[in-house]
Design a protein around this ligand. Structure first.
Ligand SMILES: [Mn+2]
Length: 194
């Protein structure tokens, strides 16, 4: 089973996370209902098991918590993938949600890079999730997960739809990329972790 557990405590957040790439239960509590909803999408449609408890300084705003969860999830993904032997490596998804269409493409290359293109209105969703934080989450995830992540909303109107389509796209793209197809490390360089 490819899995990893991360514990991270700072003056701003306290996070406990377990990720299993072979699936499993999703129990997610971040204190932000909308963020929980997005991470549930990621786990369910990504075929991942995800146990996450996160507490943060939400009285400041959602920035520290959302970014730090992204960092921890990225670190867990990096660890769970191990030597990456046999993985598909690339994954892509086009996900519509009503009037919105999102495109997410990943390369589990060992190289961090995030391109995030979405015109999002500056709004608060649910009990404190700022729409701007989606970009921070995607950047943190790609940075600590050391992979290329290109996420774009091609068109759409509703902020909830745009964000949900992005998270579902991320889920489907990762699900494809982490899938085992053989035994060899998929790189002419011979490694995806050096
Ligand atoms: Mn929804």
């Amino acid at each position: 089973m490819r899995r990893a557990a991360i514990e991270r405590t700072t003056a701003e957040t306290r996070i406990s996370l377990e990720l299993c790439l072979e699936g499993g239960e999703a129990r997610i509590a971040t204190g932000l209902g909308f963020f929980d909803h997005m991470l549930q999408q990621l786990a369910r449609h990504g075929g991942m098991g995800l146990l996450l408890e996160a507490k943060g300084d939400l009285h400041v705003d959602s920035h520290h918590l959302v970014e730090d969860v992204g960092l921890c999830l990225g670190e867990a993904l990096w660890e769970a993938l191990g030597d990456r032997a046999g993985i598909a490596r690339w994954g892509e998804a086009l996900v519509p949600m009503d009037e919105t269409l999102a495109r997410v493409v990943v390369d589990l290359s060992g190289r961090p890079y995030c391109v995030f293109q979405a015109e999002l209105p500056s709004v608060v969703l649910g009990d404190g999730f700022q729409s701007e934080m989606a970009r921070e989450f995607f950047h943190a995830l790609a940075s600590r997960g050391r992979f290329n992540l290109h996420a774009a909303v091609l068109y759409g109107e509703n902020a909830h739809h745009k964000l949900e389509a992005l998270f579902k796209g991320l889920a489907r793209a990762l699900r494809t990329a982490v899938r085992r197809e053989g035994d060899a490390v998929p790189s002419t360089k011979g490694t995806l972790t050096a």
